[in-house]
Design a protein around this ligand. Structure first.
Ligand SMILES: C[S@@+](CC[C@H](N)C(=O)[O-])C[C@H]1O[C@@H](n2cnc3c(N)ncnc32)[C@H](O)[C@@H]1O
Length: 244
């Protein structure tokens, strides 16, 4: 397996000079199918824990009717972004998802809480879960289609570049999971330090939905560990917004 990123805050090393040349063909090939593979038992357990959190959250607030609004922070890493997003959506459960136990162990540490919330408590609307994103998204789409969940905002901050051209089809937008990802939420915000990835994601989303744009992005305060590293290394960041 190749690493997702070059080490540290070096800029992305790639042998690609521009967007993947067969992008449109690959995206259209996946457009009419749903990526379904057997879901690992541990992801079902994680998903069920997230779903219970959502149910309990709305029970406590006395507004338990479906569809329940849920925000996703996919590839949340150490979970800092989940706290920032939770502040923007104070009445909505925000689920931070990552496959790395090592990164998730740092979620909700004191430094994060002080800088993101100014408080020592993890906000009531935050839940972190360890899971494989592709499987989690498939289970989440089932809930959306059943009318149980509605996802107004889905954050994808700095995941998944796979910069070598021969690994391009592992990128989310060139993978058969892409139609599921697009169908999940109303707005997707992707952030990346790799312009080609941002442009490809925008183009692929445009092919399927028509309403995507990308722009250079300069956060005033970094909201994630990687965002901080890239900003300190003075790398240009990119943001893609895809709206239903
Ligand atoms: C470069 S890190 C960014 C982490 C965090 N968003 C940040 O900005 O600090 C990418 C994260 O995405 C997670 N990730 C990538 N692909 C994933 C997948 N298929 N399932 C679960 N997590 C994934 C990795 O474990 C990693 O923590």
């Amino acid at each position: 397996m190749m690493p997702e990123h070059s080490a540290g805050a070096r800029s992305v090393a790639t042998n690609q000079e521009g967007p993947y040349k067969n992008l449109e063909q690959v995206v259209r090939k996946h457009a009419s199918t749903r990526f379904l593979r057997p879901i690992a038992a541990h992801t079902r357990v994680s998903f069920s824990a997230a779903d219970n959190f959502v149910t309990e959250f709305y029970k406590k607030s006395g507004t338990g009717d479906s569809p329940r609004t849920v925000v996703l922070d996919s590839g949340c890493g150490t979970g800092e972004s989940t706290l920032h997003i939770a502040k923007r959506y104070p009445n909505v459960p925000v689920i931070g998802i990552d496959k790395s136990a090592v990164r998730l162990c740092k979620a909700g540490n004191r430094r994060q809480l002080e800088s993101a919330t100014g408080n020592e408590e993890i906000p009531d609307n935050v839940f972190w879960v360890r899971a494989e994103l592709l499987d989690f998204w498939n289970l989440a789409l089932d809930e959306v289609r059943r009318g149980r969940w509605r996802i107004p905002y889905h954050a994808l901050y700095y995941p998944n570049p796979w910069p070598k051209g021969n690994a391009a089809t592992r990128r989310f937008h060139l993978h058969p999971i892409f139609p599921t990802l697009l169908a999940l939420g109303d707005t997707i915000e992707l952030r990346t330090n790799w312009e080609i990835y941002a442009r490809e994601f925008t183009q692929a989303a445009g092919i399927l939905k028509g309403n995507a744009f990308c722009e250079p992005f300069s956060p005033s305060e970094p909201e994630t560990a990687f965002e901080r590293k890239y900003k300190e290394a003075r790398q240009q960041l990119w943001r893609v917004l895809v709206k239903k």
